[in-house]
Ligand binder design. Structure first.
Ligand code: AMP
Ligand code: ZN
Length: 491
């Protein structure tokens, strides 16, 4: 196993050598979606980034327990414990059961993850499935003196916690600024201090998502579910916890405070945060409407990006940036990614046709392979890895044009490494544009269309043959005519 992996730890603000608690085992918890709406491409970016990380850890030989939750209760409309539960609100607006909302958007989320070739986690727990565990944690926090009950709700006492610990260690927020900046909202008079956060909220009579507890019929605060579920499945201290940068505060800061108030040990060794996907320079978000849905991208129905792009092109586009950099999505950038991905795909085909020679290789294959690992070992630097794959593409093309040679053993290293990184680590499969069409059927149909076009050309019916070519091109299928016949390429 290559054990020189460095990861950027948000808690320390620097890259650190990755050393799991148990040798060869990794416990990783990633905050999953709140299933009250369709996931947008920004959400998908975060889950694709952690998929890359999960895949690389597995590729290095670690046995990874990957927990990614589904938030199906407790996430209120804003971060100050105010507003309606997002799922309950959607259910009220659509006049359906909250669990119908949860089901609909969980199914959509899984479908999108599957399209993007994101591997399922080892465990996908839900907040509503862990109410008892959350209530037990609240009891412990109250017993330790870091939470108080008022009118059936329970709040975490941030000031008291900060006297003995450090609230703000992850996000860098200063308690004095928080005291100054936190709004005191109407209906929040129960809190001793506005920066305190809810562990349990008493449900108003009209609130349908409610559970019995020692304090009231109510529901847990949003931050608690992740503490409860990570402790349950990964233990009091585990290796990696991640999510988007926007979750650092308050969500992850509160998770740290909850865990430390129970056990006084830091719950997570490495905090990893992905940067945002932006659209027109602004964060893609459900709430502002500044977003694109995956389906709009796949069928080209969005006003901003009208050309359809396949899930793999979008995945590749995202992986061409480092997970900690902001990326702005645009048609030009996607078109460039589409071309790049096609070059890689073509190389895979070319690679299969190359025959080795007895002479030495004009390319340092071992150094190239090392550089691929070096890129990924440097905080999962996928853009650098992809640049190395393109170096290999250039070499593959020169060998294919018989300008350079490759030995049998180097060809083996090249194929194996290219495949490992392309398929296993970057997770780029060769799915066709429309996942609903079976590849074999599609191939059969295209072969038939090429035959018909050939007949048309033979009988000098160029109108028909051109029409076929142009129609296929509109579907991103390009026909290439050569002396030995016609072939097609799905872009
Ligand atoms: P939510 O369903 O809102 O809780 O978000 C699910 C995940 O998507 C969280 O980890 C967020 O940080 C992440 N996320 C939300 N918006 C974006 C964005 N524009 N770019 C990248 N990740 C995002
Ligand atoms: Zn979480």
């Amino acid at each position: 196993m290559n054990n020189s992996l460095f990861v950027y730890n948000s808690l320390k603000g620097k890259k650190e050598l990755f050393k799991p608690i148990l040798e060869n085992y990794v416990g990783m918890y990633i905050c999953g979606p709140t299933v009250y709406n369709y996931v947008h491409l920004g959400n998908c970016r975060t889950f694709i980034s952690f998929d890359l990380i999960y895949r690389y850890l597995k590729h290095l030989g670690y046995k990874v327990r990957y927990v990614r939750n589904i938030t199906d209760a407790g996430h209120l409309e804003n971060d100050e414990d105010e507003g309606e539960d997002r799922i309950a609100k959607k259910a009220r607006l659509e006049k359906i059961e909250p669990m119908e909302v949860v089901q609909r958007y969980t199914v959509d989320f899984h479908d999108k993850m599957d399209k993007f070739n994101v591997l399922p986690p080892s465990i996908e727990p839900t907040a509503t499935g862990h109410i008892i565990e959350q209530i037990e944690l609240i009891k412990l926090i109250i017993n330790n003196g870091f939470a108080y009950e008022v009118n059936g709700s329970v709040y975490f006492d941030v000031l008291k916690f900060n006297r003995e610990n450090h609230y703000g260690k992850l996000s860098g927020r200063k308690i004095e600024e928080l005291i100054h900046n936190t709004r005191s909202l109407e209906g929040q008079n129960d809190k001793k201090n506005p920066q305190d956060f809810a562990l349990w909220k008493k449900a108003e009579p009209e609130h349908i998502m409610r559970w019995p507890s020692p304090w009231s019929d109510g529901f847990p605060g949003w931050h608690l579910e992740c503490t409860a579920m990570s402790r349950k499945y990964l233990g009091k201290k585990f290796d990696i916890h991640g999510g988007g940068m926007d979750l650092k505060f308050p969500h992850h800061e509160c998770e740290i405070a909850q865990a430390e108030s129970i056990e006084n040990i830091s719950p997570v060794n490495y905090w990893l945060h992905t940067n945002m996907l932006t659209l027109n320079g602004k964060k893609m978000a459900k709430s502002t409407g500044n977003n694109i849905l995956p389906d709009e991208m796949f069928n080209g129905s969005n006003n901003l990006i009208k050309k359809p792009f396949s899930p793999m092109t979008v995945r590749f586009f995202m992986l061409q940036a480092h997970y900690r950099s902001i990326i702005d999505i645009s048609q030009d950038a996607l078109e460039a990614s589409e071309k790049g991905l096609n070059r890689l795909k073509e190389s895979l085909t070319t690679l299969e046709k190359i025959t080795p020679s007895n002479s030495t290789t004009n390319f340092d294959m071992v150094a190239w392979k090392e550089s691929c690992y070096k890129a990924m070992n440097d905080d999962f630097n996928s853009p650098i890895l992809i640049a190395h794959l393109f170096d290999a593409v250039k070499f593959i093309n020169t060998v294919s044009n018989a300008k350079k040679q490759i030995s049998e053993s180097d060809l083996h290293i090249l194929k194996e490494t290219f495949h490992h990184f392309y398929f296993d680590v970057l997770g780029l499969n060769i799915k066709t544009h429309s996942d609903s069409i079976n590849t074999i059927q599609l191939k059969g149909v295209l072969d038939l269309v090429l035959d018909l076009r050939k007949n048309a050309r033979n009988s000098k019916d160029f109108k028909t043959s051109d029409l076929i070519r142009e129609s296929l091109l509109k579907l991103n299928i390009q026909i290439n005519d050569s002396e030995i016949g016609s072939s097609y390429k799905i872009k």
